[in-house]
Design a protein around this ligand. Structure first.
Ligand SMILES: [Zn+2]
Length: 853
């Protein structure tokens, strides 16, 4: 029996104006396809963040389906070809089947991907023409119909709710993923979210496809359709064959679209593959031909009209609407509909699948070539390895870094004997990442000091630096505060391959006097929150203290011995990996501070939601800090103090917080007039000027305000504190430019906010603010807990004009009235990636009561 068509099953055609299939129905439909077609096998990989099924459909011929495990093994062996010579690789390529992963709609408002891929699955299950036969015989498709099921449901429900009203077609006013919103596609290396981990297991480690195609949508008034290749700068350590495959496949798809008369298709424009936070760019660093498509958006599923003059090029890659080599057939303007997007996406997908099917042997053999050459380069070119020594400021975070590398399919080893290299010594037990491995490019990208290229590819004609598509660096040792050493001579040492996380479950010894937790470990804070949640008293010691032979720096946690504590501590330690140090004598200290949680709030607004707010919540949920979400009312009404003691303002421009002048701000940022979507009045948030005044009063009356990144504007422009962000005056990017780079900063580790930090730490700084304090009679109330050093600031990324940042404050502790403001010019918790500076935020989330000894 043939499976029902989408029209029969859903009651309408996929791509019909104003019609979207919701995720639950899509999953049902895939189950039907699985049942009715021998060409489709649906695998539930697990649940999404909010408990919806996360599925993958394997699509291939029934004959191939019988031998999936064998083909998977071939795909893996070609990707890690240690035991293969060229002849064997060619033989495997002949025997194997090409593997292509396809996904869509990770960005939930980019609805078309999921709809298209559902239709595609039906056609592949039922069509019997030559093209489909060719594809099914030669290719195993790993189809991810949706990388963000929760968001798909949110968007479809929101869209249907307002269908037929004046708000039709607006995106939801909140984040379309519980925590990450649009940043769910910046989680490709840290893998914090469950959706990321499901995908990574299949694509990074179990199957390792040769090609990965990810469908997105872009702004309404650009080209109709973009398909890879993207444009310079590229990362030079990616094997050249990867770029050539991408060019070939993209051009093949573009020429197929041209053959069929699809207009407005562009390549080599404005996206860049120079970061690894996105899944498609990540694939490239794994020797996979990672392909991106971006279709011009409609109003969710409602057609949109575009005037010809609204169509424009970009600063990078294509400057006008004139026909150019990478955009030979401009679209003339007019109506644009969901159906159009479905057709562009579907046609390009077929073209890529056909190309891969025709070149199956070559594509499989290429994987061997790319992997082999990475191994060879690692043997012949420095650096030869990275070493992660066991002696670390926070060894558990170093272990976490190793775990991340393993999750990315990077091979990590443990030295079984001491290492001597370049006159330096590392003890046995050090972690070693040799670069003679297939994922050399990725390991290098993530571990090596990286200076973003500053050349004619990254400057415009006026010599202005062009903002990288994402951050200018993603170097894990900087992000995580882990010491990683580069080894520039061949390593000769006995090493053992790590097959799973080196995390251990420490033992907790009994004690009559209590336990100490080292404040240098991020994970200690996780233990503390769990103890506090169980009402177990925890204290901090503001001075250094000697325990056994070891001195703990200021801020160590003390857990007195009480009944039942040991049991809890054992459970928590096993879970978190922290080893509490048991005391063998009564604690002797001058001063003890009892640790409590203040009533914590996080400010949340609409206008599409604030991604930094989402990540902050993720971090707080993961580490166990209790909080409530605060919206405008208590702030506007001046009763915030009744609800919370401490309010976090995640990074956000002031206009988004007040709800005033947002379009003007956007126009300034994007340099074109901008209109917000039509949102119902109840979703127009903002606490207004009144709220700004009330927040200031909240602090003056004893409250604490935590201000991150862009939210600094509330202090400079809102509270009018005697400080300014000098980037507002500099304006010229040739003078100052820092688009997401890691910098050195100096920490006062005797200050409670700096407790547990090293004296010098890497920090992430993005664009602004560069804070200058006006000399004033209350200077002493502005305490610089972290500041930038006098020179040599840049660790990784891109920094023009370091003199502007030198010596400036990075974290301030400000007294205002009876209260306090803790302000971060850096990004202490960015995307939950900056482990190096988590503690600077955690330390802000306690309140202390002095105890008599
Ligand atoms: Zn997207």
């Amino acid at each position: 029996m043939a499976p029902p068509s989408p029209r029969e099953f859903f009651g309408f055609d996929i791509g019909e104006d104003r019609k979207l299939v919701r995720w639950d129905r899509i999953v049902e439909y895939f189950r039907v396809l699985d049942r009715e077609s021998p060409r489709i096998k649906v695998v539930v990989l697990g649940k999404s963040t909010e408990g919806n099924p996360f599925i993958m459909a394997i699509i291939t011929s029934p004959e191939n389906m019988e031998r999936l495990e064998e083909y998977r093994e071939i795909s893996r062996r070609l990707a890690y070809p240690y035991d293969l010579d060229e002849e064997e690789a060619r033989e495997l390529a002949r025997r194997g089947k090409a593997v292509v992963a396809i996904s869509g709609s990770i960005h939930a408002t980019e609805v078309s991907g999921t709809q298209t891929l559902t239709l595609l699955a039906y056609e592949l299950a039922t069509r019997n023409d030559e093209s489909v036969k060719l594809i099914l015989d030669n290719v195993i498709i790993l189809l991810f119909p949706c990388l963000n099921p929760d968001g798909q449901i949110m968007v479809v429900d929101w869209y249907n709710k307002y269908l037929g009203t004046e708000y039709e077609g607006s995106p939801p006013p909140w984040l379309y993923h519980k925590y990450t919103g649009h940043d769910n596609n910046r989680d490709a290396f840290m893998l914090t979210q469950v959706e990321s981990r499901h995908f990574a297991r299949i694509v990074y480690r179990e199957w390792i496809p040769q090609v990965y195609l990810d469908h997105h949508q872009m702004w309404m008034a650009n080209a109709r359709f973009f398909i890879s290749p993207e444009m310079d700068p590229i990362y030079p350590d990616v094997d050249p064959l990867v770029w050539r495959e991408i060019q070939f496949l993209g051009s093949y798809a573009a020429s197929r679209l041209a053959q069929k008369g699809f207009k407005g298709v562009e390549t080599y424009s404005p996206f860049t593959p120079d970061f690894v936070g996105a899944f498609q760019t990540m694939a490239i660093y794994m020797n996979i031909a990672g392909m991106l498509t971006e279709s011009a958006s409609v109003k969710i599923a409602t057609p949109i009209y575009i005037h010809p003059h609204q169509l424009k090029g970009y600063g990078r890659g294509r400057t006008s609407e004139r026909p150019t080599i990478n955009y030979p057939d401009p679209w003339p303007g007019g109506w644009w509909r969901l159906k159009n997007i479905v057709e562009y996406q579907k046609e390009s997908t077929y073209a890529i699948l056909e190309a891969v099917a025709r070149m199956k042997d070559e594509i499989l053999f290429n994987m061997y070539v790319k992997a082999r050459r990475n191994i060879e380069r690692g043997k012949s070119t420095p650096p030869y390895a990275f070493v992660i020594p066991p002696k670390q400021h926070d060894p558990l975070t170093a272990t976490k870094l190793v775990e991340i590398l393993l999750n990315l399919g990077i091979e990590v080893y443990v030295a079984e004997e001491p290492i001597e290299a370049e006159g330096r010594f590392y003890p046995a037990g050090s972690f070693v990442v040799p670069l003679a491995q297939p994922r050399r490019a990725l390991a290098k990208k993530l571990l090596e000091r990286f200076l973003y290229p500053d050349n004619e590819l990254t400057r415009d004609r006026e010599g202005n630096p062009i903002k990288p598509y994402d951050l200018a660096t993603e170097r894990l040792p900087d992000f995580m505060g882990v010491r990683v050493e580069e080894i520039n001579e061949p390593l000769r040492v006995r090493i053992r391959k790590l097959s799973s996380s080196p995390k251990s479950s420490p033992e907790v010894k009994t004690s009559d006097y209590g336990w100490m937790l080292d404040s240098r470990l991020n994970a200690s804070h996780m233990v503390v929150t769990r103890l506090l949640a169980r009402k177990i008293p925890v204290f901090r010691i503001p001075t250094p203290i000697k325990i056994g032979g070891e001195e703990l720096p200021p801020g160590a946690f003390y857990v007195p011995a009480e009944e039942a504590v040991l049991e809890v501590l054992r459970g928590v330690a096993a879970e978190v990996g922290v080893e509490p140090k048991s005391l063998d004598r009564p604690l002797e200290v001058e001063e003890l501070l009892k640790v409590e949680f203040p009533r914590i709030g996080i400010y949340q607004r609409y206008y599409g939601g604030n991604i930094d707010e989402g990540w902050t919540r993720w971090l707080m949920d993961t580490y166990g800090y209790p909080y409530k979400i605060v919206r405008d009312e208590p702030i506007k009404e001046g009763r915030l103090g009744e609800e919370v003691d401490l309010l976090i303002l995640p990074s956000d421009p002031l206009s988004y917080m007040t709800g005033e002048n947002i379009e003007e701000e956007l126009a300034k940022r994007f340099k074109i007039p901008m209109k917000l979507p039509p949102w119902p009045p109840e979703y127009k948030s903002g606490f207004g000027q009144k709220g700004v005044e009330n927040l200031k009063k909240f602090v003056e009356n004893g409250g604490t305000l935590v201000v991150i990144g862009d939210a600094f504007e509330i202090l400079t422009k809102g509270f009018k504190l005697p400080m300014k962000d000098i980037t507002e005056d500099i304006k010229d990017p040739k003078k100052f430019f820092c688009p997401g780079s890691t910098l050195r900063a100096l920490v006062d580790i005797t200050h409670p906010l700096g407790w547990g930090m090293p004296k010098e730490t890497p920090v992430l700084f993005i664009d602004k603010p560069v804070i200058e304090l006006a000399p004033n009679y209350e200077n002493e109330k502005y305490v610089e807990v972290v500041r930038f050093p006098d020179s040599n600031l840049l660790l990784s990324g891109w920094l023009i004009g370091e003199q502007y940042l030198a010596r400036k404050p990075a974290v301030l502790d400000i007294r205002l009235g009876k209260g306090r403001i803790i302000a971060y010019a850096i990004r202490p918790q960015f995307r939950a990636q900056t482990h190096a500076t988590f503690k600077l935020l955690f330390n802000a989330l306690y309140r202390y009561e002095k105890q008599k000894i």
